[in-house]
Ligand binder design. Structure first.
Ligand code: VG1
Ligand code: CO
Length: 544
């Protein structure tokens, strides 16, 4: 084999965001763009030499080309083995579990998650470490620093065309490429956590499910678990075939992009459980007949009922939520007498807590939920957790929710996404809010008194790392809260997220619409942030 040292130029824009490096496909198509980033990972993480890596992703447009680019760099940098998912299709949670189970030194996940695919869409690369979880902030910074100064790449000459769809061992120079099917191991892992017999019995008894795989990576996994192992009708899975452009749709499980699912849920003859996941299979949206489960509620309900699920019968060590996620889980943790951690947005912050055995369940408001079984969020896992819960309680989704609210009260919750073309203006809104913080506490804003206001900083309880400027939190009287935060997954302009929540205590009115309950808070947020004056926008691009 021969390795060429190729001179390259550094790209200035390879800073990974909330979940890896994410850019327009056109950016990734630049010569050596992928290779440069992968080489930067090797330079920043010398321990990768000699070990094995996992490779795969959401199968979006440009995946196959990117896999070949990755393999050339990986082979030239002295890795022994790559475990490549068949066809390159590997959900993010399955990747995290494979890395760990195979004792690999890490993995490259080719995904832009819920972002649009296709030639005009986005592409992404994420590097995960040996635990299966995302690279830490420190490692991410080292990779970025290296990507800006890199001036040479190691590349395997004459790299053979690896047949990505053919199971077995292929040679790529000195590198062994093991093409494997990730589905059975994932299905086995799920069978170990949930009571598949109980779910099968419920299915035989008439329980109906509708799962939208969104033409993304989850399709084959969902088929194996829901149809082959749990006996559901194959028609229970919609859009089950992975497509490079996700069928032209936005593979994002939320009420706006899954309007059809919401419409189906509102029918009298709707299935008992409706769900969707995203491009890389780590997100989940859960609905029942006539009701959508807010992600913060989903986390809280699962925590409160975890003892009913075999994998969690031993109890929860603790729970964690990202800062903007509703505080419904805090109430459950208080009742269970377990710690509840509040972390910055992004799964990597949960990883340290999971690794240290401090938490068992964690979740984000952005339709992400998971447990200690993986170091990433896991969409199908959440669907199975709900399915098992329905089977165990013999209740409907609505009944489960109503019972939860009756006990803990309801945390009404909404997120507004303001799409701001000029990123400078978005920063101006945030800077304006931060400047007001010292004078906000105790002040009355639009009839509500501010109890506490700060810019969220997090000290990791495991390694002591401090992460500052993780969003502005404004706590108001009566269990209300407004959070402002800039998205870290944009590929153009900026998205400013405004998170609104209000608690209605047990015995209160839990049957109202969140938009109605939160309308006054939305006005307060607008007034405080001066977002319309600064950006010229009248309202958010989406309310989720
Ligand atoms: C968003 C979500 C965040 C999530 C991240 C990655 O980040 O808000 O909760 O962890 O996406 O999810 P941001 O910075 O745009 O708010 V995924 O499914 O895109 O890997
Ligand atoms: Co995702």
């Amino acid at each position: 084999m021969s390795v060429t040292i190729v001179p390259t130029r550094a790209f200035a824009d390879q800073r990974p965001g909330t979940a890896g490096l994410r850019k327009r496909v056109a950016v990734f198509k630049q010569p050596f763009y992928v290779e440069n980033f992968v080489q930067a990972v090797f330079d920043a993480h010398p321990d990768l030499k000699g070990g094995s890596l996992v490779l795969g992703g959401d199968g979006r447009y440009w995946s196959r080309e990117a896999i070949r680019s990755c393999l050339r760099v990986i082979a030239a940098n002295g890795v022994d083995k790559v475990f490549l998912a068949k066809g390159g299709l590997l959900t993010t949670p399955a990747a995290a579990m494979e890395i760990r189970a195979r004792g690999a030194s890490g993995g490259f996940l080719l995904t832009a998650s819920h972002n649009r695919g296709g030639p005009e869409g986005d592409f992404g690369i994420k590097f995960n470490v040996a635990t299966g979880g995302q690279a830490s902030e420190q490692l991410t910074e080292r990779i970025f620093a290296r990507s800006r100064e890199i001036h040479r790449l190691k590349l395997l000459d004459d790299a053979p065309e690896i047949e990505l769809d053919e199971l077995g061992i292929h040679a790529c120079g000195p590198l062994e490429v093991h093409v494997f099917d990730p589905v059975p191991a994932y299905a086995d892992a799920m069978a170990a956590l949930f009571d598949f017999d109980r779910i099968r019995a419920a299915v035989l008894g008439g329980l109906r499910v509708h799962f939208d795989a969104m033409h993304a990576a989850t399709g084959p996994f969902a088929h194996a678990v829901l149809v082959e192992r749990l006996g559901l009708d194959p028609k229970s899975i919609a859009h089950g075939t992975p497509l490079p452009d996700f069928g032209g749709k936005h593979p994002d499980p939320n009420p706006r992009d899954c309007a059809q699912l919401v419409a189906l849920a509102s029918r009298d003859d709707a299935p008992d459980l409706l769900a969707a996941s995203d491009g890389d299979g780590d997100r989940n949206m859960i609905l029942g007949r006539g009701v959508m489960v807010s992600p913060g509620d989903s986390l809280a309900v699962l925590a409160a009922n975890a003892h009913l699920l075999p994998g969690y019968r031993g109890g929860l060590k603790g729970v964690a939520r990202s800062m903007p996620t509703s505080r419904a889980i805090d109430r459950v943790a208080a009742k269970l007498g377990i710690p509840c951690h509040e972390t910055p947005t992004g799964w990597r912050f949960f990883c340290n807590l999971l690794e240290a055995g401090k938490v068992t369940l964690c979740g984000e408001e952005s339709f992400g939920t998971s447990s200690s079984h993986a170091r990433e969020k896991d969409g199908l896992w959440a669907v199975l957790a709900w399915l098992d819960l329905l089977a165990a309680t013999k209740r409907s989704v609505r009944e489960v929710l109503e019972q939860h609210w009756a006990e803990f009260g309801r945390d009404y919750y909404l997120r507004q996404d303001w799409t701001i073309a000029d990123a400078g203006q978005a920063k101006q809104v945030m800077d304006g809010l931060i400047a007001q913080l010292p004078t906000l506490a105790g002040r009355e804003v639009e009839g509500l008194t501010v109890a506490r206001a700060d810019s969220f900083a997090y000290t990791d309880p495991v390694d002591g790392t401090v992460s500052k400027n993780q969003g502005v939190r404004i706590e108001l009287a009566e269990g209300a809260r407004i959070v402002f935060r800039l998205s870290g997954t944009d590929t153009a302009g900026a998205t400013l997220r405004i998170y609104l929540e209000k608690h209605a205590p047990p015995g209160g009115d839990h049957a109202r619409l969140a938009v109605d309950v939160l309308a006054p808070l939305a006005e307060t947020a607008k007034a405080l942030s001066r977002i319309s004056a600064i950006t010229g926008l009248n309202g958010p691009g989406a309310v989720i």
